[in-house]
Design a protein around this ligand. Structure first.
Ligand SMILES: Nc1ncnc2c1ncn2[C@@H]1O[C@H](COP(=O)(O)OP(=O)(O)OP(=O)(O)O)[C@@H](O)[C@H]1O
Ligand SMILES: [Mg+2]
Length: 421
């Protein structure tokens, strides 16, 4: 069998990153053969605000990746996130078609179908339906009922919805570039696939992806995705605070923020508390000679981090799963590398926190094994696991897209038949 090529575009508020990997049928890992990241334009807090600008940025990123990989990219998985994302858990019940026989794929599909029959506004679109657990004749906690015997099959699903206008705009941008959309994947779900361990998911954990313009999160309980949300605060807010606090431009503030991270990483533990900060090497147009490390990290950055963690704590509290995530928080996204993130997080939340980098990929990965590219790598990993047919489509998304747009049960059945062997 020929190794299959998979591609994805991570459309963020700070960068557009395209990635191409080869699916090796004998290995769990994906081999990366192409990657390129370019500053993004035309997108704010996960929403497209200028379709021409974003199309040009995606075109540049895809073309450069194609050149690196020596492969034409025809179809891509696409990240979607931001405060327009919301989630709901829904229950479905069906009678098993053959009570004497085993539960077959069709029964499972019908149960999931029943669960996703929720009423949503016509401005929203379902992008994900994930079974959390099955119940067969009252016995709960079943992960895979295929082959079991029963009369009544129930399923608990987690459903993620997004703004239809935004998805249509993303689709327009892709079709303008001649790219087929293999499926939208929620950014935090992609990041979770790249950085979380199975043990963390089983114990209960929150994945928080702190991007430039927004922070997406996914909460796992007993191995199942149980809550998804997003808040409109990201690492660009920290840059803003530095710009205001030190009276410098946004460009200078971004340089200072990244420099701070670099010098503290290079310092030995015994030197960490030293207060000297030499910003001369940055050659900024402004005078920043009297800025102290303490003022920058404790006076400007830490209060914003505290605010972000308090907002996250509120969101988790509202989810109803707050006490079911003892593994704590795993942070990804470029913002996860902000100075003081772990210390302020632990103090504010009183939970274990770690920063997660992508795993399970080989090949051209030096630059990619960084929290900033968790979503990018996760798109390929999640896309691979959710696409079982030859073309690599993200099956459920295709089915659900069809439902949302046509509302025709006949068409849905046709669609489902395609995926049943
Ligand atoms: N080493 C670092 N230290 C501190 N901050 C960093 C570092 N590297 C990147 N960042 C910050 O991370 C942010 C970008 O993160 P990321 O690339 O995950 O965003 P994005 O995916 O484009 O945006 P979003 O997901 O919000 O749409 C920027 O604000 C940048 O300043
Ligand atoms: Mg992102």
């Amino acid at each position: 069998m020929v190794d299959k090529i998979l591609a994805a575009v991570d459309i963020g508020s700070s960068k557009i990153a395209t990635i191409v990997g080869v699916k090796d049928k004998d290995s769990e890992e994906l081999r990366i053969i192409g990657f390129h990241s370019t500053p993004s334009k035309g997108i704010k807090k996960g929403l497209i605000v200028d379709i021409d600008e974003i199309t040009m940025a995606v075109e540049e990123s895809v073309e450069k990746t194609e050149r690196m990989a020596g492969q034409k990219i025809n179809q891509v998985f696409v990240s979607v996130g931001g405060p327009h994302i919301s989630s709901i858990n829904s229950h479905g019940v069906v009678a098993v078609s053959n009570p004497q026989g085993e539960i077959i794929e069709d029964d499972i599909n019908r149960a999931v179908e029943a669960a996703r029959a929720i009423s949503i506004s016509n401005t929203r679109q379902i992008i994900e339906v994930l079974p959390r657990e099955y119940v067969v004749d009252g016995q709960a906690g079943i992960k895979n009922p295929l082959g079991m015997t029963g009369i009544r099959l129930e399923v608990d699903t987690h459903i993620i919805t997004a703004s239809q206008t935004n998805l249509k705009n993303l689709d327009r941008c892709l079709s303008e570039l001649g790219l087929n959309n293999n499926g939208f994947i929620f950014s935090a779900l992609a990041s979770a696939e790249a950085v979380l361990t199975e043990t963390e998911k089983e114990l209960g954990v929150v994945l928080v992806d702190i991007g430039g313009g927004k922070t997406d999160l996914c909460l796992y309980v007993e191995g199942a995705l149980s809550y998804s949300a997003s808040i409109a605060v990201g690492a660009k807010h920290i840059t803003n605070d530095i710009a205001v606090g030190l009276r410098v431009s946004l460009q200078s503030a971004e340089k200072i923020k990244l420099h701070l991270n670099k010098i503290l990483k290079d310092r030995k533990v015994s030197q960490k508390k030293e207060n000297d900060l030499n910003l001369n090497s940055l050659n900024l147009p402004e005078n920043v000679s009297d800025v102290s490390l303490k003022h920058l990290s404790d006076g400007i950055i830490a209060p914003r981090l505290e605010e972000i963690f308090k907002l996250l704590a509120d969101v988790i509290e509202k989810s109803g799963f707050a006490d079911q995530a003892p593994s704590g928080f795993v942070l990804s996204g470029g913002g996860a590398m902000t100075v003081g993130m772990i210390e302020v997080g632990r103090k504010t939340l009183g939970m274990p926190i770690r920063v997660g980098s992508p795993t399970r990929v080989t090949g051209l990965v030096d630059e990619l094994l960084n929290p900033q590219y968790a979503t990018t790598v996760g798109l390929l990993l999640y896309g691979r696991s959710s696409s079982t047919n030859e073309e690599g489509w993200k099956n459920f998304n295709r089915i659900l897209k069809d439902i949302t747009f046509t509302n025709s049960i006949g068409k849905v059945k046709e669609f489902i038949k395609q995926f049943i062997p």
